[in-house]
Design a protein around this ligand. Structure first.
Ligand code: ATP
Ligand code: MG
Length: 394
């Protein structure tokens, strides 16, 4: 076990004024939760603008870093050596040992940067830089100082009771701790875009629930399982996701029977939004999230998006709205949802899709078509909402 602990640096949450402790506490709790997935026991503590993860047992370094990389709010993960000793001569020896352990090959350039948060420490920062540098050069003549572009930037943080020594900084996912920014309901299909959209909104600190519109027997159990799997993958970052599975078959069939086929997709999308708003109201979500992107398909032209949005009263977040497909794919690969998203199971929207769907729907015409559903659709919506299945994912 090379490192006994990690220094966790956060960026944005440091700027939240007197609510800062709420952000820090949320971050500590998410770190604890993420570490439950790895072997070993850990102590997670906060201390004056710093969060420390300390290993209490043996652990696998890669597993811990991998888990921490999924915790929103972490800007940097710094594996470190921590010493409680105030004796400067001892600190020099510990520094020399640190380099021996962390850098078996010491043909490298370095720079020492010491900062005293605790000014009572007897050695001023400038002198720490010089003296520690000298101690390193004495021990390892093969090393060289380079203050502009060092291979190793060796940092010392002198705090009230400890000195932190670290030189590795691994980027975290950024963002804010989940749950510090309310809750939203993600419309999660089996595609590439919606899991990415959920990830992006969760990264801003928003807790995520999800809704999936399932149309058995036109869509199979395997298609549903794929959405459950995607929800679990998103949940690795966002924390547990409640997935609401709505049976959409009757509604879809009714629209298919009563409305012009070229308007089917838009009308279906409007009913998805209406039902999503009902579920959001019941479960405390304050916004909807979709994976829509301008121009991607007929139902995502600006006119179509406007026609879909027409039925919504909640804010609809569309984080990938202006992304090219390839940019969305890049994110889905990075977050690990791509392989699951491309599994070839049918989607409820594709089965009834018209050969020539409208790309420039006229709102008045769409509303008129929907009038043909009056008297029967209300009850179908009611049943779909009340009979939904809720699956806890993650
Ligand atoms: P994705 O790649 O995310 O599946 P898509 O390419 O299938 O999207 P559309 O079918 O137009 O695109 O759907 C646009 C958005 O509507 C999706 O990103 C998702 O948020 C929502 N959506 C579509 N179908 C469903 C469904 N069956 N259940 C839940 N949400 C859906
Ligand atoms: Mg899409």
């Amino acid at each position: 076990m090379l490192y006994q602990s990690f220094l966790i640096k956060y960026a944005e949450i440091g700027t939240k004024g007197k609510n800062r402790f709420l952000f820090e506490d949320a971050l500590v709790s998410h770190i604890c939760h993420a570490l439950k997935r790895v072997d070993g026991r850990f102590d997670v503590t906060k201390d004056a603008g710093r969060i420390y993860v300390t290993a209490l047992t043996d652990y696998d370094y890669e597993d811990v870093v991998e888990a921490l990389k999924m915790v929103f709010g972490i800007a940097w993960i710094c594996p470190m050596f921590q010493t409680g000793e105030k004796d400067f001569e001892l600190l020099k020896r510990q520094t020399v040992d640190y380099l021996a352990q962390v850098y078996p090959d010491r043909h490298k350039t370095f720079k020492v940067v010491a900062r005293r948060a605790d000014k009572r420490y007897p050695v001023p920062s400038e002198q720490m830089n010089r003296d520690l540098g000298e101690a390193i050069l004495d021990a390892y003549p093969e090393m060289r100082v380079n203050v502009h572009e060092p291979d190793i930037l060796l940092r010392f943080e002198v705090r009230a009771n400890v000195v932190n020594i670290y030189s590795e900084m691994i980027p975290g996912p950024g963002g804010m701790p989940v749950g510090t920014n309310g809750k939203a309901l993600l419309l999660l299909s089996g595609g590439i875009d919606s899991p990415v959209a959920g990830y992006m909104v969760a990264r801003r600190g928003v807790k995520i629930d999800a809704v999936y519109f399932h149309a058995p027997p036109y869509t199979s159990e395997r298609a549903k399982q794929k959405v459950v799997d995607l929800a679990k993958l998103v949940a690795r970052y966002s924390g547990p996701v409640d997935l609401h599975v709505v049976n959409f078959t009757e509604i879809q069939m009714t629209i298919y029977e009563k409305c012009p086929h070229e308007e089917l997709t838009i009308i279906m999308r409007r009913y998805m939004m209406r039902i999503a708003e009902r579920i959001a109201a019941e479960t405390g979500s304050l916004a909807l999230v979709t994976g829509e992107s301008i121009g991607q398909v007929a139902s995502q032209t600006v006119q179509s998006l406007a026609a879909t949005n027409d039925v919504c009263s909640l804010p609809v977040f569309r984080p990938v709205i202006a992304f090219d497909k390839q940019e969305i794919i890049d994110i889905s690969e990075k977050i690990g949802t791509y392989e699951t998203s491309i599994l070839p199971y049918e989607d409820c929207c594709t089965i009834f899709v018209a050969k020539h769907p409208v790309t420039k729907p006229v709102l008045k015409a769409i509303r008129k078509s929907e009038e043909k559903l009056a008297g029967m659709i209300e009850e179908l919506v009611e049943t779909a909402v009340s009979a939904r299945e809720v699956i806890r994912c993650g």
